[in-house]
Design a protein. Structure first.
Lengths: 514, 351
């Protein structure tokens, strides 16, 4: 039944516009049986739109999609799933308060002869499905208690148990620790063996080299080309994506450091209600100088986020020991409000859950933390606010239809820039960043790096946690490595290497590496 | 979720913006959707004209007396619904407003008739009581992380109980005069009309409250905080929004406006009874929802609520004018509320 050799899915001349904006312009795409096919391109280049067309999220488009030689026209994601095409979402959609097993078989729960819910078979089937996918997880655990990486494994197991022939993975490694990434790759390679095709969206070129067979590059809604990944260089791919050579992703450092900004001495938190998977700070002593970019490295669950949250006054409630001061003033760490007043900004890791009000405009989201600057006696000064927002949009090169665009409609990179814009409006002395470039494309990444260098040059101190080691090594002056909430090592970036960081991050407790 | 549906869904959502005057055709459509409850109001209004009984060729529904009566009849629910809008915008709900109305009506009657309070002291004290009642509910809900639904359900019982205790379980009739056991004459203005006997005083108060609320929800930093909390409370918190203070404030506003409605209730009926305002909270919530405010919070407007309240009032009126059986009236009203809510979610095109 196959039209050409090994072609599983074929899309021809796909066109899609969103109110005048042409998101896809005559896109052709071919997916072979058992291949891992990467989609590359900056945010807004058309990757997600194509994936949404293929998976039935967007039912109205022009063009033709064939699977196994037969034309398909999915009206909804469920149709695609029935046809063997499953999506592993960037925003994982699992029911948090249900168990792994219940999530795996949501909507198709096994039943007894009497049509009653069969809990025993559910657990048995779940165990089988997890084992099939090579995942070791207790199926009776609540999804809420799982880490992001583990939740993703549940999604993959669910798709596999649905006999998916095509798996779409959108930024699957964005939230994973390195060990988990390796695990994911082995699962992906296993899929290839089983003739499952994978459409793989990622901004991390280095991981494509590990898993992808071919890559199709998008720019401005058009396909620039499809290449064999093993035969291409990273520079080649980047040039195809941005249309011009990216000379240097990381800007030059070389800023004069003057004086201490943040000082943390013996900071420990003993939470009133300890939560599984959280590593609260334990006897942490660090400092950040003016104009210095300091990195926080560590595997997932090492306490990077917890440390940043504690410094921003939103850590776990409970007993706290140690001293934290900013330019000599002691900080209370009582609430984000106090932190902001003290001159601290924070860009959280989970921008949708913690950062943005998705249903509201770029305007409201940008100024929400700095309203006082645009108001007198509680009354907003609309024109001053609009000016500031427009300036932020142009300074940070935020691509949106205007300041009234809903944040939900922006691409990941632009959403992240809105969060940065919000921080800049409060004019912080210290900026805390948690995975500042997670789910952000190469172009926006470079822009964020340039922005950070500029801010540091102006004397701002930056403390950034990241699981991308090249990013830490490229951006930071110094790097602290965390392990189980403690500082395991302090490294000068110029002397550090990925190996040294990894060694410090995992020494002593391999267990934590998942 | 497609970007297209986002665009459509956004039309009614950017409510903190000042609406620009519509120019092109697309803007007109968006303009209609932005004020969709007004749009619905127009539809119901036209239907009311069509179905209105006529006498000597005159459309009874359109008579000045009838129209102003509608405004008078919706003013209490309307005022409550405006306060409710604030609460629902932060993602909460206030079930206690009907009881607060009863408490306030009883309280103002007792204070003036039995305790010789002047009008102003009585009104101020009752407003203060309503505000405090709401503030306490907001505090309990926020501080102890109990859902507003439960806290205000308890408040509903407590308010009713307090009203009964205050009046000894009896309704208190208000007669006007100088002597003991009589209320000051000026309180009776609530049952009168001003501007050549045209505008009922309660309706006037309703519109003044509405205008203030529209202003507050468009021009203040407080409104940004309200919308941000309703849209994403955690994001609001890490943006330094004083979440607890804002939540307590919206419940205080709701309580105070419910008390204001109670004072008007007492003035209109010349009595205060602890049974006043039973189930008013449901009518108020209906007005808010029909007015396009999302029960999830973060999306909605006071203009919508005012339109929603008047729309339900017009509906009530036309059913009564046609002498529709009261039981059938309930049925029709229920269907209209469901239809309006369904239309709303169609418009949003998401979820």
């Amino acid at each position: 039944m196959d039209s050409s050799s090994g072609t599983l899915l074929q899309a021809r001349g796909i066109e899609k516009s969103f109110g005048g904006v042409r998101a896809l312009r005559g896109v052709d795409f071919e997916l072979r049986r058992g291949e891992v096919h990467a989609l590359l391109g900056e945010n807004g280049a058309g990757k997600s739109t194509l994936v949404n067309v293929l998976s039935g999220v967007i039912p109205d488009y022009e063009g033709r999609v064939e699977i196994g030689g037969r034309e398909v026209a999915f009206r909804r994601p469920g149709d695609a799933q029935d046809a063997g095409l499953a999506t592993i979402h960037q925003e994982l959609d699992l029911v948090l308060d249900m168990t792994v097993a219940e999530n795996l078989f949501l909507g198709r729960e096994p039943r007894t002869a009497l049509r009653l819910f069969d809990r025993r078979r559910l657990l048995r089937d779940a165990e089988a499905a997890l084992e099939e996918a090579g995942i070791s997880l207790d199926p009776s655990r609540k999804v809420r208690s799982l880490r992001v990486g583990e939740r993703q494994m549940v999604e993959i197991a669910r798709a596999l148990s649905l006999d998916a022939r095509i798996l779409i993975m959108d930024e699957p490694t964005a939230a994973l620790a390195d060990a988990e990434v390796e695990h994911l790759f082995s699962v992906v390679r296993e899929l290839r063996q089983r003739e499952v095709s994978v459409i793989y969206i990622s901004h991390r070129l280095e991981e494509l080299e590990e898993v992808a067979d071919r890559a199709t590059v998008f720019r401005n809604g058009e396909v620039v080309g499809t290449v064999e990944v093993p035969k291409s260089t990273r520079g080649q791919l980047i040039r195809m994506m941005v249309g011009q050579p990216v000379s240097e992703l990381y800007p030059d450092a070389g800023v004069e450091k003057e004086g201490e900004l943040l000082r943390v001495e013996g900071l420990s938190v003993r939470p009133r209600r300890p939560k599984r998977g959280r590593s609260e700070p334990r006897d942490v002593s660090i400092n950040v100088g003016r104009g210095e970019i300091v990195g926080l490295a560590g595997i997932m669950g090492s306490g990077r986020t917890e440390l940043l949250e504690t410094l921003f006054g939103m850590g776990a409630s409970g007993a706290r020991a140690g001293l934290v001061s900013l330019e000599g003033e002691e900080l209370k760490l009582g609430s984000p409000r106090q932190a902001i007043a003290a001159g601290i900004g924070f860009v959280p890791e989970d921008r949708k859950e913690l950062g943005l009000v998705l249903e509201q405009s770029v305007n409201s989201n940008t100024t929400i933390a700095a309203l006082r600057r645009f108001a007198r006696a509680g009354l907003m000064n609309g024109s001053r606010e609009r000016e500031a927002v427009d300036r932020t949009i142009s300074d940070l090169n935020i691509r949106a239809s205007g300041r009234n665009a809903l944040v939900r409609t922006l691409s990941g990179g632009n959403q992240q820039k809105v969060l940065f814009g919000r921080q800049l409006l409060i004019k912080p002395r210290l900026l805390l960043l948690d995975e500042p470039t997670r789910g952000v494309d190469v172009g926006a990444k470079a822009e964020i790096y340039r922005l950070l260098s500029g801010l540091a040059a102006d004397g701002m101190g930056i403390l950034m946690a990241s699981s991308e080691l090249p990013e830490l090594l490229g951006m930071c002056d110094r790097i602290y490595v965390l392990r189980s909430g403690r500082i395991a090592a302090e490294l000068k970036a110029s002397e550090a290497s990925q190996e040294a960081i990894l060694e410090a991050a995992t020494a002593g407790d391999e267990r934590e590496a998942v | 979720m497609t970007e297209e549906s986002n665009r459509q869904g956004s039309a009614g959502r950017i409510l903190s913006k000042r609406p620009a005057l519509p120019s092109g055709r697309q803007e007109w459509v968006e303009f209609l959707f932005r004020f969709q409850s007004l749009f619905g109001l127009i539809v119901v209004f036209l239907a009311a004209i069509a179905f209105s009984p006529r006498r000597d060729g005159e459309i009874l529904f359109l008579s000045l007396v009838n129209l102003t009566n509608i405004l008078r009849s919706v003013s209490e629910i309307g005022i409550i619904a405006i306060g409710m809008t604030f609460v629902i915008l932060v993602g909460g709900i206030d079930l206690s407003v009907g009881s607060i109305l009863g408490l306030a009506a009883t309280g103002s009657a007792v204070l003036m008739v039995e305790d010789n309070f002047g009008v102003l002291p009585a009104v101020l004290l009752v407003l203060l009581i309503g505000m405090a009642f709401g503030a306490v509910q907001g505090f309990v809900s926020t501080r102890f992380a109990v859902q507003a639904f439960i806290v205000t359900l308890a408040g509903l019982q407590i308010g009713r109980g307090l009203a009964r205790i205050w009046s000894g379980g009896q309704g208190v009739a208000i007669s006007y005069g100088e002597g003991k056991g009589q209320a000051p004459e000026s309180f009776s203005i609530l049952s009168e009309r001003v501007f050549n006997g045209l505008v009922p005083v309660p309706a006037l108060i309703f519109f003044i409250v509405g205008a203030i609320a529209v202003f507050v929800l468009n021009k203040t930093t407080f409104s940004r905080h309200v919308y941000a909390i309703g849209g994403n409370e955690r994001a609001a918190r890490i943006s330094g929004v004083p979440v607890m203070r804002v939540k307590i404030t919206v419940f205080a506003i709701s309580g105070m406006l419910a008390a204001l409605a109670g004072i008007i209730h007492a003035g209109q009926l010349s009595q205060g009874s602890p049974n006043d305002g039973i189930a008013y909270e449901l009518d108020a919530i209906a007005a808010v929802v029909v007015g396009g405010t999302s029960l999830m919070g973060g999306v909605g407007s006071v203009v919508g609520t005012i339109g929603g309240a008047i729309m339900l009032g017009v509906l009530n009126n036309i059913l009564a004018l046609n002498s529709i059986d009261i039981n059938t009236q309930y049925l029709i009203k229920g269907l209209v509320i469901v239809a309006a809510a369904a239309l709303l979610s169609l418009r949003s095109g998401d979820r």
